[in-house]
Design a binder for this molecule. Sequence first.
Ligand SMILES: Nc1ncnc2c1ncn2[C@@H]1O[C@H](COP(=O)(O)OP(=O)(O)OP(=O)(O)O)[C@@H](O)[C@H]1O
Ligand SMILES: [Mg+2]
Length: 281
Amino acid sequence: MKSHIHGLSIRDVKKHFHRTKKPEEKLRFFQKLYRLFKREKETIRAVDGISLDVGIGEIYGILGANGSGKSTLIRLISTLLLPDAGSIHVFGDDVVKHSMKVRRVMNRVSVEASFFKRLSSAENLIYAARLYGIPAKAAAKKAEQILERLGFEAKWMDEEMEQLSRGMQQKVAIARALLTTPMLLLLDEPTTGLDPKSKKDVQTFIEEIRDERNAVILLTTHDMTEAERLCDRIAIINEGKFIAEGTVKELLTMTQPENASTNTLEDVFIALTGKDLEEEG
Ligand SMILES: Nc1ncnc2c1ncn2[C@@H]1O[C@H](COP(=O)(O)OP(=O)(O)OP(=O)(O)O)[C@@H](O)[C@H]1O
Ligand SMILES: [Mg+2]
């Protein structure tokens, strides 16, 4: 099995959450007490038996509605959560057994990225670079180059983070993830909430990163057009399970193959999940 090491290899991974069920109506005191002892638990199968392989130089997309398990899967890969079952390997190393080693070769960008809000983006980036052992001067230069390619104007570099729009903050988060040279890049909805121009900037940049660095890129999205444009392969996730996987071309023939030429990815998504992503915004 040593002959072919995938960049990212996931086998039958599961993560379930347990929480006490919320009562539908207001309960009286003794009913509450009863519930407390009875402990009605519900199980959320956030990730429920997922397997996938992503090769070097490949962009793999995960397309799913809100709450379908995308971020949970990303957190499992990035060692923020421990899987209940299954295995995840990054360049051949098990993420649970070799978490320190694995963390060094990957970076995650998500909408909930945290920054020092009262510091500028330049200061935040230099701080992050120092953690990686990159000298401040080199970091500042590199950060500026990346931000420029993302369409982030240099004049915003000295503005406090909290003064920046969500889209600008997202670009800083992407720049931070790329100060080092991650071999595995996890992008959790990298373009959600961005204006059309910023969206294009970020998408172009992701393509460039793939071509330049031969990285392994896993990205989640709600956006069909984005998935079609960027991803070499796409998985559709629904309630913690992959219900379809393939190239755009393959996915388009999965439902109503006779209409394959006029089908859109959205048609396929709706046919398979019964959900409409557009409605959820
Ligand atoms: N720490 C947690 N504790 C309990 N339940 C959780 C936890 N994290 C996620 N969940 C639940 O797991 C399910 C999947 O959540 P997840 O965040 O992975 O979805 P998602 O596909 O990223 O959604 P979105 O598109 O809204 O970001 C949801 O039902 C969510 O409520
Ligand atoms: Mg999410």
